[in-house]
Ligand binder design. Structure first.
Ligand code: C2E
Ligand code: MG
Ligand code: MG
Ligand code: MG
Length: 272
């Protein structure tokens, strides 16, 4: 009985392993193929000045235009791409496309933000490579912002700060993404060269126009903090007019969300 059970367990364990390994290998092969065949594309979500409704820039968001499974979102494949060491190559390919697109004459003149994963930012020469890309594409550094999450700052804050400082000196601003969801935010905020702070959608979702929820208090505090530090604020995930109105009433300058504009294959065209 014990032997049977043991063997049964062994077989089960073995099959599970094999299935995962095969799945992972298949995925890695697909990801490499996708890289070679240009299946990774940026989508662009407009970022608005909330009081005037003017588009001031876009966030570039990674998509996998999969030949059979359709348009895949980052959550579906970024963790696996990361595990097999392909995310960096995917990101650079994407950043290249974004820069090229932003200098096209039919594209508006605003800024564009790209999402940089924490490990990526800590790489030696990240800043140099980014500046080379800008130079080759002809996109002025002042039109690019890099978005990083609080996780990027934890492991090696000094290295990250130096990198951000070199980039800022060249004209590239940094934006802190998903603000409020990470740890120890306050301890490093003042020491980093941040141009923008993005309030995470978990807070925006719970805003109401009457100003009654705890989220209103948190957002008001973030706005006051950012103002004191001279950092601009972008609210993420605005889905209702009530949320937009609440943000406007609290003096939040910029925002993005499905209410205002969804991610799309092209940035907003040049006006006029
Ligand atoms: P994020 O940088 O916080 O991006 C915002 C996410 O919120 C996007 O999801 C966007 O489509 C979504 N969003 C925008 N407005 C609304 C709204 O009103 N309501 C709701 N519910 N969602 C909204 P997406 O495109 O699926 O991206 C998910 C995450 O994947 C991003 O979060 C970012 O962390 C990561 N990511 C995106 N692009 C890249 C990339 O090029 N490279 C890397 N390494 N990561 C990326
Ligand atoms: Mg982002
Ligand atoms: Mg975000
Ligand atoms: Mg996010």
């Amino acid at each position: 009985r014990a032997k049977q059970l043991g063997r049964g367990r062994y077989v089960m364990f073995d099959e599970t392993l094999a299935r995962n390994a095969v799945d992972e290998l298949a995925m890695e092969v697909e990801l490499r193929h996708a890289l070679q065949h240009g299946e990774f594309v940026p989508h662009y979500q407009p970022i608005f000045r909330l009081d005037s409704g003017e588009v001031v820039g876009h966030e570039a968001l990674l998509r996998w235009n999969h030949p059979r499974r359709g348009m895949l979102l980052p959550d579906d494949f970024v963790p696996i791409a990361q595990d097999c060491g392909l995310l960096e190559a995917i990101d650079w390919q994407l950043f290249g496309q974004v820069c090229e697109r932003m200098v096209r004459p039919d594209t508006g003149e605003g800024f564009v933000t790209i999402n940089v994963s924490p490990q990526h930012l800590r790489h030696a020469y990240f800043d140099r490579r980014l500046l080379q890309l800008l130079e080759r594409s002809g996109l002025p550094p002042t039109r690019l912002l890099i978005e990083l999450t609080e996780g990027a700052l934890l492991d090696d804050p000094v290295l990250v700060r130096d990198t951000l400082e070199r980039l800022r000196a060249a004209g590239v601003q940094a934006a802190l993404d998903d603000f409020g969801t990470g740890y120890s935010s306050l301890s490093y905020l003042h020491s980093l060269p941040l141009g923008k702070l993005k309030i995470d959608q978990v807070f925006v979702r719970e805003l109401d126009a009457a100003g009654g929820t705890g989220a209103n208090t948190v957002v008001a505090a973030i706005l006051a903090l950012a103002r004191a530090l001279g950092i601009g604020v972008i609210a993420e995930g605005i889905e209702t007019a009530a949320q937009r109105d609440a943000l406007l009433a609290m003096g939040c300058e910029f925002g993005q969300g499905f209410l205002l504009g969804r991610p799309a294959p092209s940035p907003c065209p040049r006006r006029g």
